[in-house]
Design a protein around this ligand. Sequence first.
Ligand code: NAD
Ligand code: MG
Length: 401
Amino acid sequence: MALALATLEAPRSVSVLGATGSVGRSTLDLVARTPERYRVEALTAHRDVEGLAAAALRHRARFAAIGEPAGYRRLKDLLAGSGIEVAAGADALIEAAARPAQWVMAAIVGAAGLKPTLTAVRRAALVALATKECLVCAGALLMAEVARSGAVLLPVDSEHNAIFQALRGEAADSVERLILTASGGPFRCRPLAEMARVTPGEAVAHPNWSMGAKISVDSATMMNKGLELIEAFHLFGLAQDRIEILVHPESIVHSLVAFQDGSVLAQLGQPDMRIPIAYTLGWPERIAAPTPRLDLAAIGRLTFEAPDHARFPALALAGQALRRAGSAPTVLNAANEVAVAAFLAGRIGFLQVAAVVEAVLQSCDCQAADSLDDVLEVDAEARRRAGELVAGKAPLRSGMA
Ligand code: NAD
Ligand code: MG
C-alpha cells in the first residue's frame, strides 16, 4: 500500500545552489540514486563551468547558472542542444533560487549565498541550509523572513541537523542546553609555536570530514565552531550561555540536547554529510541513504574534552561577537572570509587569521544593521578593513604580524 502511494506521488522538485561544491555534490549523489523521486530544477556554481555543465546534463536540470559572468559563453556551448536554460552573473544565482523548486539546497560558501538563500526563503520553499555564513552574517533578518514567509529551514550542518533531530516532537521549554560537538580539527594537539608555521595544505586536511577549503580552514582555526555557535543561537532561539562547545575528536556524536529532566539526546553516525543531507532531502520522512553504517564495537571508544581557548582564539572571538550583538557577527564573518582566503593564498600565516578578525572587530563600532542593505554595507566595510590588514597597510596586533 505504501509503495503504491509512493509511486503515485509527484517527484519532489529540487534546486542546488553551489552544486559543484562538496555539499552540492553529496546532495546530487543522493538525488541520482532515486531519480524517480526528484526532478532537478536549477543548479548553480561560481566558476566551475565544466563541473556545472556536467551536473546539469547528468541530472537533466532545467536551468544552470554560473556566478562568474565570464563563464557564460563556455556554459552555453557545453549545454547547446540540451534544452537547458543558461544564465550568468549574480542575478542568475538569484533567479536560480527563485525558480519553483519545492526544495532548495543552499550550499554556496560564504555570505555570497545570502541573497540567493533569502530568495528561496521568501517564496516559502523547503530550504536545506548548509551555508552557515548566512545566519552569522544576517541571522535576525533571515529568521524574520523565515517566520514571515512560512518557509521551512532544515539545518544541514551536521551538528545543527543532529540537534534538529533530537528536538523533534519536544516542547521548546523542556530544553536546558544544547551541546555542539567539535572535532578539534587537524591541529587539536599541535603546540602553539608550531601552529604559526602550518601550511594551507595541512590546514585543509581534516582528520574526519572531506569538505571545501574554506570550511576546512575554519575547522582548523575552530572559527567553524564559533560560526556554528551563532548559527545555533539563531536556529534554535536559546540564550548564548545555554549553548556549549564540547571537543569530540572522533566526530561520531554530532551534537546533543540536554533536557530539564536530566535526559540527554544525541544523534550519532559516521562523519558523512550525506546523512544530514538525506534527512533534509526526505523531510518530513526519512529516506534510505547509501552511507557507511556505524559500528560502535569497531570504534570502541568515544572521547570528549573541553576546547583550548588559548590555542584557538577564534572560538572566543565568535562568542564575544554574539554577546556584543549589533552587527558584530556580520563583521566577524566578513573579516574571517577575507582572512581565510588570504591564508589559502599564502599571504598571511595561520595564526594571523584570528588576529585579522580580532583587529577588524576592534576597529568597528558594530552598530545594529537591520535591513539587508545595512548588512551588506557592514559586510563590505569589514571586508575592506580586513583587506587592508592582510595587504599590510594597517598594523595587526603585536606578536601576531
Ligand atoms: P565548496 O567550496 O566545496 O563549494 C562551494 C560551492 O559554492 C561551489 O559550488 C562554488 O562554485 C560555489 N561558490 C563559491 N563561491 C561562490 C560565490 N562567490 N558565488 C556563488 N557561488 C559560489 O564548499 P562546501 O564545503 O560544499 O561548503 C558549502 C557551505 O556548506 C559552506 O557554507 C560550509 O560552511 C557549509 N557546510 C559544509 C560542510 C561540508 O562538509 N562540506 C558541512 C557543513 C556545512
Ligand atoms: Mg558542522
